[in-house]
Ligand binder design. Structure first.
Ligand SMILES: Cc1cc2nc3c(=O)[nH]c(=O)nc-3n(C[C@H](O)[C@H](O)[C@H](O)COP(=O)(O)OP(=O)(O)OC[C@H]3O[C@@H](n4cnc5c(N)ncnc54)[C@H](O)[C@@H]3O)c2cc1C
Length: 539
């Protein structure tokens, strides 16, 4: 039997594949796309490690900055584990061949990102994620790791709470099949695409792995915490990375006034920009004073994106921006060994997981670090998973999923165009569950979402071809959006306070009562909730 099944071929999935293979496990990595096209490939700014290569820095300062930014919602020992491992992580990536930029002394170059007390982000121009992902992928191929492309996770196969693998839609053929393994690692990325058209993420960041855990009886947590990046291009929502501000860029309004310290954390900046926009101002990023040569050397991708998508040259013109959904702090609830709460033989890592590292607000540069550092840990831990004695091989899940997909092809009507609904929902999530939240709006929207969820059987698919059916994939993703969206809205409603990225005008302060993780699971088909006290080093 296969030792480790890894679902998701982004940075987290590929890092865990390499370490599981090093441990001697047999490994298969399955992804719904090609391995080189995940969100990881889009990361621009850098990956954090307190190397102190440019100005003095320390691991303690990295830990302190991360804890401060979490607003009391992190597990301090997980933060310590990751920050202490960061120098080894960079060394490992270098040993695989990641071409980081260099200082004049040939050390790895570092830049400052928001909320960091030093220049801590190691980078490869503004293509950091792309270079890391492609290097990891090369290494997986060199190590003979089997990669399966265009398989979409449908459901986990669970027997007595033990995960035995998962069912997949083979997108190219339309078949539904299963892959079984002793241990399963979920590395399927975040759910920012709930905010469709108002996110820096690709449309397929629909939290599929998170929804599959909910359906399987596992737990998810802190789903209300969504990070809005302050500087996306106004028209296209494409990201202009924090490196632009890290290198000295200004935020200005229509009057040309700077209105906030540009290197504060993203939650504060996103709110400051939103208030400017609500007062009738346009907001811009201004990097003209850095000079064309420096801009082209350090941010070639961003220059290209500005020209292509906004029709402006940032070396000579202001960049029009707005904040949009960028990163999801909540996800599959895991313990310190990255095991999924409520399930056995199952791990989650990367943006799909909530390892309590980022809390209420992630620091720029800490996600790439998490996916590689924790990815490697997940691979090691999964490799040690024993085969459960009561492992059984009934095929109920496979049959159920085949029946459902057959039904979509043959029976379910196509009465409502879910694409329109999804676009409308994206805008409503941005308006009502976005940067500034209000209970009345959240409650009304939750009721509306539940009505839509109840009508899902009338939506279905119009394209009935089995092979390469993107209509089917989009529909399955939309179902996941509805399931996670419900949790997002409910968790935003019950948290009557403001903390990090979650801000309610009526409750503007952090409340001790809510220094807790909001945990959700499904029991007897009903969504359940509890608040769980934050683990601190004292308890
Ligand atoms: C534009 C942009 C810039 C960023 N810049 C930075 C930065 O500079 N520094 C930083 O630290 N972070 C940055 N981030 C955040 C960081 O890139 C991501 O959080 C991180 O790469 C997530 O990695 P991951 O492996 O967890 O998920 P992903 O890279 O999203 O990979 C998820 C994988 O799961 C697969 N998958 C999803 N659903 C299914 C399914 N149903 N079945 C099978 N496979 C599935 C996908 O195909 C993909 O292979 C940025 C993010 C964006 C969008």
């Amino acid at each position: 039997m296969l030792d480790v099944l890894i679902i998701g071929s982004g940075g987290a999935g590929l890092s865990s594949a390499l370490s599981a293979k090093e441990e001697g496990s047999t490994v298969i990595v399955v992804g719904k796309n090609h391995p080189t096209t995940s969100q990881t490939s889009m990361a621009q700014g850098g990956i954090n490690s307190a190397l102190g290569n440019v100005i003095p820095d320390s691991i303690e300062a990295h830990i302190r900055d991360t804890i401060n930014s979490s607003h009391g919602l992190c597990d301090e020992s997980m933060v310590r584990l990751m920050c202490e491992d960061a120098p080894m992580t960079i060394e490992w990536l270098e040993s695989l061949g990641v071409p980081f930029d260099r200082t004049d002394e040939s050390k790895v170059a570092q830049r400052r990102l928001g909320g960091a007390s030093s220049k801590r982000a190691c980078y490869a121009q503004d293509y950091t994620g792309l270079k890391i992902l492609h290097t990891l992928y090369d290494s997986c191929l060199k190590n003979g790791i089997e990669m399966v492309e265009e398989y979409m996770l449908l459901n986990l196969i669970v027997e007595k709470k033990v995960v035995q693998g998962a069912t997949f839609l083979n997108i190219t053929t339309g078949e539904v099949l299963e892959i079984r393994a002793k241990a399963t690692i979920i590395a399927t990325g975040g759910y920012s695409s709930i905010y469709k058209n108002f996110t820096t993420n690709a449309d397929d960041s629909t939290g599929d792995g998170i929804a599959s855990v909910l359906r399987a009886g596992g737990e998810v947590s802190d789903i209300e915490f969504v990070q809005f990046h302050p500087t996306a291009l106004r028209g296209s929502a494409i990201l202009i990375s924090e490196s632009a501000r890290g290198e000295g860029g200004y935020l200005v309004n229509s009057k040309g006034e700077r209105f906030v310290d540009e290197l504060l954390t993203r939650d504060i900046l996103a709110r400051a920009i939103t208030l400017q926009i609500e007062s009738g101002e346009d907001v811009f990023l201004d990097i003209r004073h850095l000079g064309e040569e420096k801009i082209l050397k350090l941010m070639p991708q961003e220059v290209h994106l500005c020209k292509l998508h906004e029709g402006i040259d940032p070396a000579f013109e202001l960049i029009p921006i707005k904040p949009v959904a960028h990163y999801t702090m909540g996800g599959i609830d895991v313990n310190q060994a990255l095991e999924v709460s409520g399930l056995k033989n199952c791990y989650a890592v990367g943006e799909c997981s909530n390892a309590k590292i980022h809390g209420a607000n992630r620091l720029g540069g800490n996600s790439l670090l998490e996916i590689v550092s924790m990815g490697r840990l997940a691979g090691i831990n999964a490799s040690k998973t024993p085969l459960e004695l009561d492992y059984i091989t009934n095929t109920t899940q496979l049959e159920r999923d085949r029946e459902y997909i057959d039904g979509l092809f043959e029976e379910y009507p196509w009465e409502i165009n879910f694409y329109n609904t999804q676009n409308e929902l994206g805008e409503k999530f941005y308006k009502y569950a976005g940067i500034i939240r209000d209970n009345n709006q959240l409650n009304n929207f939750l009721n509306e979402l539940r009505v839509i969820k109840a009508s899902i059987d009338n939506m279905g698919i119009g394209d009935k071809q089995k092979k390469n059916n993107s209509n089917l994939v989009d529909f399955l993703q939309f179902i996941n959006v509805l399931e996670i969206g419900e949790v997002l809205l409910d968790s935003a409603i019950v948290r009557d306070e403001s903390r990090g990225a979650h801000y309610k005008e009526a409750f503007p302060n952090e409340e001790r009562l809510y220094q807790a993780h909001s945990v959700y699971w499904i029991e007897d088909e009903v969504l359940q909730h509890r608040f769980e006290k934050v683990k601190s080093d004292e308890n």
